[in-house]
Ligand binder design. Structure first.
Ligand SMILES: Cc1cc2nc3c(=O)[nH]c(=O)nc-3n(C[C@H](O)[C@H](O)[C@H](O)COP(=O)(O)OP(=O)(O)OC[C@H]3O[C@@H](n4cnc5c(N)ncnc54)[C@H](O)[C@@H]3O)c2cc1C
Length: 431
């Protein structure tokens, strides 16, 4: 069985326009969100995706704050009726194999938005893309953007459109008032303009595969994401229960730790060496069958120096990628797509597609991303959720807020001072 290929075939239009108000590069969650929300405002939006969906993608665990964007996209009914496993909590398993108490999202905020889903991306992304087409987006699959075209404007380079190639090899230019780069880790504009900044602390890589018949909880625990530490605390495994009795199980650790001294070994062998070091994981997959060869991602975290320029905007991974520890990638793709879409609609209405207008949402978004990054770095520096919550029970809600993805809220900053105090106490105790 392959987890990459559900039976449904894709959308899609054929003739490419010579001009569109908005051209979106990439039909992943960020591109589909931006395109749908701009099209909902009655604008002409053309979306170009190089693959034909369904296609495989990693990134299967949603977090609850995606709810609000899915609602605006008109996707909630489809999500409720889908086969995706419901996710109600996250649980941490330490290096000795002991489980923390679960962080149930609804205990903190008892409302529908506190449960979310574990999705097979091939199916989820296809749903998102179809939804975009149903909202009037002119969707083209099998069309690769070769380059973004720029003119020299008085204030710098203005994007004017894209040059594309169809599956038959024919090339064409599409002019656009706004070009949205949602090309994921392809990072077309960031690479072209040299805007990438690598995260100096998060140089990680991942190796993963899928298991059938692995252990899973019952009822509301069935879809719990587990984060399991390695015995040597050099990395962690994700454990994400999907539908069709499939569980996604992957290790994330420093790139050097995973690959440097094991250059002669195949990723498969490295994966199984790490499985043995994860005490909480071994019994869970003991009776399960591996479904696929392992896959590898070298996912150094990065961010662009700019969120927008004259005539262009970056969304999702094309703007920045943050370590997958707290499953924030799709939330960030959806949220940046939403914020960018509102900025684009306002810019088109005002007849001003300058960098200042298109990127007005950047500072707030980056503050939210920073909050998540901080929690990621704390985890790699030894932060223990169980201990923190025992010491500051009144702050459990704040931690849960971050795990829910409520990042765009200054209240959660109240955990920073206690975090620093606990770290100082631990350092003093160790010294
Ligand atoms: C190991 C790992 C684990 C992860 N786990 C999680 C998780 O559990 N939960 C979570 O939320 N996130 C997770 N993520 C992150 C998540 O995968 C991404 O953040 C998310 O897919 C970003 O969506 P996007 O739309 O920006 O990009 P993508 O989903 O990558 O979409 C980009 C699209 O652009 C298309 N494209 C690229 N170049 C071109 C071109 N030149 N022309 C036309 N089309 C083009 C691609 O084909 C693709 O379909 C994980 C990531 C990694 C690496």
């Amino acid at each position: 069985m392959s987890v990459a290929t559900p039976p449904n075939a894709s959308v899609i239009a054929t003739d490419l326009p010579a001009h569109a108000e908005v051209v979106v590069i990439g039909g992943g969650p960020a591109g589909a969100t931006t395109a749908t929300l701009v099209a909902q405002q009655g604008r002409q939006v053309t979306l170009l995706e190089r693959e034909r969906f369904p296609r495989f993608h990693i990134g299967e665990s949603l977090i609850p704050e995606t709810f609000w964007v899915l609602e605006r996209l008109g996707m909630l009914e489809q999500m409720r009726n889908s086969r995706f496993v419901e996710k109600h909590s996250v649980q941490f398993v330490n290096e000795k194999g002991s489980l923390s108490e679960p962080f149930y999202f609804a205990d903190h905020k008892p409302q529908e938005s506190s449960r979310t889903w574990q999705v097979m991306r091939s199916e989820f992304d296809l749903m998102m893309l179809r939804n975009a087409a149903q909202h009037g987006v002119d969707v083209h699959e099998g069309v690769r953007v070769l380059e973004v075209c720029f003119d020299q404007s008085p204030t710098g380079e203005r994007a004017t459109g894209v040059r594309v190639q169809g599956e038959s090899g024919t090339e064409q230019t599409i002019r656009a008032d706004v070009v949205v780069d949602a090309s994921g880790q392809g990072t077309m504009i960031m690479s072209r303009l040299g805007l990438r900044e690598w995260d100096p602390e998060l140089k990680k890589a991942a190796i993963w595969t899928y298991w059938k018949g692995a252990q899973r909880g019952n009822n509301r625990d069935e879809g719990a994401t587990l984060v399991l530490q390695l015995a040597n605390k050099q990395g962690w495994f994700w454990y994400i229960p999907l539908h069709d009795d499939t569980v996604s199980v992957g290790v994330v650790a420093g790139y050097d730790y995973l690959f440097k001294d094991r250059e002669s070994k195949a990723p498969e062998a490295i994966y199984f060496e790490e499985v043995k070091k994860c005490l909480g994981l071994v019994p869970k997959i003991a009776a399960a069958v591996q479904l696929e060869p392992v896959r590898v991602a070298k996912e150094y975290s990065y961010r662009s120096q700019q969120v927008a320029g004259d005539g262009w905007v970056l969304v999702g991974d094309a703007f920045g990628f943050l370590d997958p520890l707290y499953s924030s990638g799709i939330l960030l793709a959806l949220k940046s797509g939403e914020l960018a879409a509102d900025a684009i609609s306002a810019a088109l209405a005002a007849g001003d597609t300058s960098a200042a207008r298109l990127g007005a949402w950047g500072p707030e978004y980056i503050r939210g991303m920073e909050r998540m990054r901080r929690l990621v770095c704390e985890f790699y520096d030894g932060f223990n959720f169980g201990k923190f919550v025992k010491r500051y029970p009144e702050l459990k809600g704040h931690v849960t807020d971050l795990l829910i993805g409520d990042l765009f809220n200054e209240r959660v900053d109240e955990i920073i001072q206690p975090l620093q105090a606990m770290r100082a106490a631990e350092t003093a105790g160790a010294g």
